[in-house]
Design a protein around this ligand. Sequence first.
Ligand code: SLL
Length: 205
Amino acid sequence: MDDGTFIDEHGDRRLRDTEFILPVVVGTCAWWMGKKASDTVTHRWTVYLKSANNEDISHIVQKVTFELHHTFNNPHRVVLQPPYEVTEQGWGEFDINVTLSFTPDSREKDVSILHRLKLYENESTPNTTKKPVMSEVYEELVFSEPVEAFFRRVTSTMPRPAPELSCQPYTSQYDEREELDKLKECRARVAAMVSDVRKDFEGVR
Ligand code: SLL
């Protein structure tokens, strides 16, 4: 009888036609030091990884590794517990490689997200010490046909709020409803574009 599962090449039982989606946000938050700024230290900044709905994801994520620019001491920073964040001081913007490793029972490979540290707003916005410069990206990590035992474990865990990030008040709240509405709007726009292109094409013929 087909119970919607299958055994993969490693002997793990997986759920057919099922996806497990982990919505996350990678961001940076940078404070300009104003009068205290020197040539080598102009900003204090934090890079972080959080669940998009601010839930504790430590039952899914085993560790988060932040790979900083080589000009920092020990650029390879491993964070085992939430909040998943690294705070540093510096003078320049650069790309940070953020790698998520999942709990071993997920059998999932590590996922890396490249995120640029942003210290400055656009040219017309002056520096201020009153609020930080934020840069956030929303990502959905998709585990397709997940391992059944892992899926059952994580979906039966009661959601708990994640420990606060140091720049929590400035991070945005990603509401799933809002994301879905945005997605719907984008799909409608693409459909309209396709239909326009088709009309143009038919006009040419
Ligand atoms: C740039 N390509 O030229 C970039 C590099 C590196 C920033 C930025 C180190 C601070 C420290 C630091 O801020 N590096 O040495 O403590 O803009």
